[in-house]
Design a protein around this ligand. Structure first.
Ligand SMILES: NC(=O)c1ccc[n+]([C@@H]2O[C@H](COP(=O)([O-])OP(=O)(O)OC[C@H]3O[C@@H](n4cnc5c(N)ncnc54)[C@H](O)[C@@H]3O)[C@@H](O)[C@H]2O)c1
Length: 244
């Protein structure tokens, strides 16, 4: 690890938006710590990035595992940025959703972010930044009640932490992606994918790099005086001009 570089932790970094964020933060001069519960493709992607840069490391860990998270975060003398990106998602009509669906999604998407932030904040100094990856779905949507609820929880967590950590000079913000072309989106049926794209004002699907760009704004040491905010990166869908 090169100590002069700012240290950024990215959860769910093995693929999709987390991987794109890792690449962007590396370009922006951070030492990036890639975290994911799934060793594959995390390890393969980290190895590939390490071939070109010694500023990347990776660890297999679940954001819900307090002991593993604490052991990792306390190993860094200073943490400058935390990107809470890891999440799980699946579709399901309300009358078919189970209590277990709700508990599992809440555990990873909300409590996981809380655990990561609470432990990382112990190593943070004034000017550190936390970015929670929420979703446009926090506003509304159909056939994914546990996910929507968890992402509304993620936004609530951002606003609560922004207030509670403001006195310590730690900035906390959210990005709210719309439809983004990742494995998460590809897990939907082709019919559901087309249906969702049709609802986009732009009629286009976003790319992981679009979200990484928004995250990079909040992660930058040049971004000051902004906290508790939500940046929608969703092709305009959050304006509400199309039916949910
Ligand atoms: N793809 C979209 O259309 C979309 C839209 C809105 C919001 N988002 C949000 O963006 C973020 C990234 O989504 P993505 O599309 O890249 O998803 P993805 O499923 O491709 O990647 C998520 C990563 O998180 C990891 N992960 C899951 N549980 C974990 C845990 N307990 N601990 C550590 N890592 C864990 C997975 O292994 C995976 O590598 C998520 O927060 C998601 O809710 C995605």
């Amino acid at each position: 690890m090169t100590s002069e570089k700012e240290v950024a932790l990215v959860t769910g970094a093995g693929r999709g938006i987390g991987l794109a964020t890792t690449k962007r933060l590396l370009e922006d001069g951070f030492h990036v710590v890639m975290l994911d519960v799934n060793p594959d493709p995390l390890t393969a992607n980290a190895d590939e990035l390490r071939a070109a840069s010694n500023s990347v490391e990776h660890h297999v860990l679940s954001v819900t595992d307090r002991a593993a998270v604490a052991a990792l975060t306390s190993s860094f003398p200073r943490i400058d940025v935390l990107v809470n990106n890891a999440a799980i998602f699946w579709d399901g009509k309300f009358d078919e959703v189970t209590e277990d669906d709700f508990r599992k999604m809440y555990e990873v998407n909300v409590i996981g972010s809380f655990v990561m932030a609470q432990e990382a904040a112990k190593q943070m100094e004034r000017g550190a930044r936390i970015i929670n990856v929420a979703s446009r779905a926090y506003l509304a949507g159909y056939a994914h009640a546990p996910y929507i609820t968890s992402k509304a929880g993620s936004i609530g967590l951002t606003r609560a932490m922004a207030i509670d950590l403001a006195g310590r000079g730690i900035l906390v913000n959210s990005v709210a992606p719309g439809l983004i072309e990742t494995e998460m989106f590809r897990s939907l049926t082709p019919e559901r994918q087309q249906e969702l794209i049709a609802k986009q004002p732009t009629k286009e699907i976003g790319q992981p790099e679009d979200i990484a760009n928004g995250i990079a704004f909040f992660a930058s040491p040049r971004t000051k005086n902004v906290t508790g905010q939500i940046l929608a990166l969703d092709g305009g869908r959050s304006m509400g001009i199309t039916l949910y």
